[in-house]
Ligand binder design. Sequence first.
Ligand SMILES: [Zn+2]
Length: 455
Amino acid sequence: MAHLQSVGISPTNDEPKYTWNEVSSGTVKALFHDRKFIETSDECKGATFGIILDKTSFYAESGGQVDDTGRLFNGDFVFEVSKCQTYGGYVVHFGTVSKGSIKVGHSVEVSVDYSRRSLIAPNHTTTHMLNFALFKVLGSGLDQMGSLVDAEKLRFDFSFNRALKIEELEKIQGLINEQISKELSVFVKLSPLEAALKICSLRAIFGEKYPDPVRVVCVGHPVEDMLADPKNDKWFNFSVEFCGGTHLSNTNQATLFSIISEESVASGVRRIIAFTGQAAQDSVDLGEEYISTLKALDEAESGDLASSIAALRRDLGLARAKIPVIQLKKIENMIDGLVKKSNKLAKDNSKANAGVAIEIALKTVGDAVASGKTFLVLDLDVGTDSSVMCLHVLLLTVCRRSRMLLPRYWKLMRRLQFFLLVALTTRSWPMLVYLLHCKARSLMPSHGFEHVWVR
Ligand SMILES: [Zn+2]
C-alpha cells in the first residue's frame, strides 16, 4: 500500500460506515489483483480482486467484528463484495464482477448488505453488555481476552480461573435481557483519549493501543456526562468501552439474548458463546420443546419410560449445541430425575415379579413333590432388573423375556436341577450355594426327569 501513498492516494475515508441503510457513492482509486495494481478489471476477468475507493460505507473486519458484504455498482458495472479488509488505512473491497467492467477513476454506488449487518450489530452491542454483566456478577478480576462477532453469534473470551456456576450464568443472561427490555439508547462519542481513559467504569483491554481521539460507546447513558464527571460511581451501572464497531442505536433491537455455552479454551481463559434476536428465540424455543417433552414423559402413566429417555438423549445429542446452557442444565436435571424414576419402577416391578415367581415356584415344587415328581424346570417371569436376574440364575428359572439365557445356563441347570428342589422347599440359599459348589455331581438324579413349565 506504500505505492498508493507514493502516488498521492489518501487512505480511505470510511466514516460513512456508521450511517445505516443508505447507498453512498465513491470513486475508484485503485484496483488490486495478484499483488499488483491494475488499471481495469478486464485485466483479471472472472478473478477475485480488490477495489479501493476514496470513501466507503463498508465496515472492514476489525475489533472482532466481521466485515460487511454487499455490492459496488454503476450503470454498466456490478461488483459483488464478499470480503472487506483494511491495510494501513486503505479499505479494500474484495469480490468478483458479475456485470461489465470497471476502471480506475470511475464512480460507483456503495451498497452494504444492511440486512446482514443488522444481524451482526446486536451481537456486537450485547458483547459489550456481556462484558459489563460479567464484571457486575463476577467482580473486577476478569479481563477481556478477545471476541468474535458475526451474523450468527457472539463469542467472548475472558480471563477467569473456574467454570461459571449456572446461577451466575442465569444472573448474567438476566442482566442483559433486562437491559434489552429497558430499551436503553446506545451512545457513541469521539473523545480525546486521555479524557476518556478517566471514566471510572471504562472496560478497556489491557495493553491495547487506542487511537486518539477514541470512539467511546456507552449503553444507557450519554458519554458527555461521563466525560464531564468521570469518577462518578454511578457510571459503574453502564457498559463503557472504546470501540469502532457498528452498533445498535437501542438495546431493544437485540430483542433477546441467550447464552449457548460457557467453557474453558485455555488455562484461565473462559469462552461464552451467545445468540441474539431470532437466533436466541429459536434456541429458547428448542429448549422449551425438550422441557415439555420431558414433562409429558414424567406425567405419562404408561409406556416404556427407559426407551423414551434413551431416544430423547440420542436426539438431544445433536440439538444441545443450539440450546441455551441454562435450559440445557434444566433438561439434564429432568432427565436425571426421570432415569431415577425409571430405575425405581423397574426395580419395583422386578421385586413384585420375583415375589410372585417365588410364590409360584414354591407352590409348583410343593405340588411336584406331593405328586412324587423328582425333577422340575420352572419358567418364571422375574423382569429385567439385574439383582433379580441374579436371583433368577440361582433359582435356575428362565425369564420368559430372556430365553437366550437358556442355552447359556443349560449345562449348569442340568447339573443343578435336583438342588433347585432343595432350595425351593427349604428356602435355604446358603445351603443351595454350598450344594452348588460341593455336591452337585454326586447328588444329581440319574433318572425320573420331568419338566414343569410355569407361566
Ligand atoms: Zn466493540
